[in-house]
Design a protein around this ligand. Structure first.
Ligand code: SF4
Length: 558
């Protein structure tokens, strides 16, 4: 079974609602607690002082703020940080149980080669030989980290290709990147200033973006209101969790969201509801309405609703350019409440180089989702913390687990504001493990060191004198006396938020109306799966297997 972060977020939402409204989840949580204690691989912590420390979650790109309870040096409980400026106390189910993951029986602690036990020296020798024989590719699932600098530099210095594996949220921003010429990772949604959000299938209320961000906005400005300050219009074929709570739900025929976007474009331009005069799709309103299976009057009504309560932004569940083009017509690109450009305090890394045809070897960083199928050609060196099964990689290389490595957390994909956090190694890195960056530095000692790259980034934030550090209390960067003091706060679980860029120009030029994406709409579980966990801790597994609070992924996809 494949799990995405969205599944886990739905789990959290369901449990939270259930705890409030029904007695069933109390029983469930009791069961979980008994059941978890009986798992043979869950360690019993030694007696010792209990301390609480703050850290960003490192399991996916959202970087949620966590309060980690440590007993005798081991994490024994995790909760959200209520005053965290991004996640405001929210975590997904995986985050709540993340401390159990390091002891999972599928944890990788031995190097494996072609299914057999091997060793780090053998892997190192095989990779060094591969580097000498031909080009290599390095795949990074979470570009922009300090470790990414090492991966990117290695590829560049060794005639290789650095490739990023963008999550669905980043892919949804790809059309604007293509039209404006800026990388998708530099774009974000200014939801806080939007008053109408038109979601083409994006699960905004059950697993989209950073936990807590949209759900808090929605509960403050929309929940339970018949004429809410924030209108959510959900367009999708099924009555999803998000559709059921939206201000309006429009049931469009499966696979025809591009046609509906074309129909809306025609109404917006032909009835002068927007300033833009085109481009227009070739399809007529009548043809598009027939395809979408909706009456023309309903489409007209929707187009009027989109502009009467602005700013309006359209969010897609995939990178369909035909739907994204609506934001260009609405003037929602580069304006408050729309798609905006983030500030650039920390230099961008991770612009993937174009892929040559063939590689002698491919290195896959542990941040790449387990379900990515490695390239068939060349030798594959895959780093992973857990063995999710059916690996096609030649080499499986054990990586540090949860909170076992120093890493940084750059801005989350959908965020409108640049952010930065540091997760320190609260637990000692097991000697059987290496990160991809550590492995590559053994081949090339001149590669940038993660620790030094983190220092450099803190210095850049300090020098820019922009934004605020939130670490219990907020403190403007301009009030820090040194970069070292600023870094100290970040290493204690603080987070830096930049200021939204003023006067940042973002111009999307559309000469013709784009064709709708040829691919079928993405399955809901793929959305926000920036990191699909190959294994689940007992708490999350229990919720999947025995809870009726939420539907299991297989049932939802049926
Ligand atoms: S959404 Fe990602 S960062 Fe947040 S708690 Fe879940 S796994 Fe961790």
């Amino acid at each position: 079974m494949k799990f995405s972060r969205r599944d886990l977020l739905i789990g959290t939402a369901g449990v939270t609602a259930g705890i409030v409204f029904t007695p069933v989840p109390w029983k469930l949580l009791g069961d979980v607690s008994i059941w978890s204690q009986n798992w043979s691989w869950i360690p019993q912590p030694a007696h010792g002082p209990v301390e609480t420390t703050l850290s960003p979650c490192t399991l996916c790109a959202a970087g949620c703020g966590m309060r980690v309870r440590m007993a005798a040096g081991f994490p024994v409980g995790i909760s959200g940080v209520a005053n965290h400026p991004l996640t405001k106390g929210a975590l997904c189910t995986l985050g709540y149980a993340a401390h159990q993951l390091n002891w999972h029986p599928a944890r990788l602690l031995r190097v494996r080669h072609s299914g057999r036990a091997s060793s780090w020296p053998e892997a190192q020798a095989a990779f060094a030989a591969a580097c000498a024989e031909g080009p290599i590719a390095v795949m990074d699932g979470r570009p922009g980290r300090a470790a990414s600098v090492a991966l990117e530099t290695f590829a560049a210095k060794h005639n290789g290709s650095y490739q990023t594996v963008p999550g669905p949220e980043t892919q949804a921003l790809a059309p604007y990147a293509a039209w404006s010429g800026v990388p998708a990772s530099t774009l974000g949604y200014d939801l806080e200033n939007a008053r109408t959000i038109v979601s083409f299938g994006a699960p905004l209320l059950d697993g989209w973006g950073t936990p807590g961000r949209f759900t808090r906005l929605w509960s403050a400005r929309a929940a339970g209101q018949s004429d809410p300050q924030l209108r959510l219009i959900q367009i999708e074929p099924v009555l999803s969790h998000t559709a059921a709570r939206a201000w309006r739900w429009l049931a469009v025929r499966e696979g025809t969201q591009g046609a509906l976007a074309a129909a809306l474009a025609r109404v917006l331009v032909e009835e002068h509801l927007v300033k833009a005069q085109g481009p227009l799709p070739e399809m007529t309103l009548e043809q598009a309405a027939v395809q979408a299976g909706l009456p023309i009057a309903e489409i007209r009504d929707l187009a009027h609703a989109m502009v009467e309560h602005g700013p309006t932004v359209v969010i897609t569940s995939d990178g369909d350019p035909a739907v994204a083009a609506l934001n260009v017509l609405l003037g929602a690109v580069g304006t408050p409440g729309g798609i905006i450009l983030k500030s650039k305090v920390i230099p961008r890394h991770g612009a993937a180089s174009t892929a040559p045809a063939k590689f002698r070897a491919t290195v896959i960083d542990a941040s790449v989702p387990w379900d990515l199928i490695p390239p068939a050609q060349g030798e594959v060196f895959r780093f992973a913390t857990w063995d999710g099964g059916d690996s096609k990689a030649d080499w499986l290389l054990p990586s540090p687990g949860f909170l076992e490595e120093l890493t940084d957390i750059p801005t989350a994909p959908t965020s409108a504001t640049e952010t930065y956090a540091i997760a320190t190694d609260l637990l000692a890195q097991p000697q059987e493990t290496q990160t991809a960056a550590q492995f590559l530095r053994k081949i090339d000692a001149s590669l940038p060191d993660v620790d030094k790259s983190i220092h450099a980034r803190c210095e850049q934030i300090f020098q820019a004198r922009l934004g605020t550090i939130y670490a219990g209390q907020s403190k403007p960067v301009a009030q820090f006396e040194s970069a070292a003091k600023l870094e100290e706060q970040l290493r204690k679980g603080g987070v830096w938020l930049s200021e939204p860029p003023r006067n940042a120009t973002l111009h999307c030029a559309l000469k013709i109306w784009p064709a709708a994406a040829a691919t079928a709409p993405a399955a809901p579980t793929d959305w926000t799966s920036t990191w699909a966990p190959p294994v689940l801790p007992p708490l999350a597994a229990k919720l999947y297997q025995e809870s009726t609070v939420r539907e299991a992924p297989a049932r939802r996809l049926a």
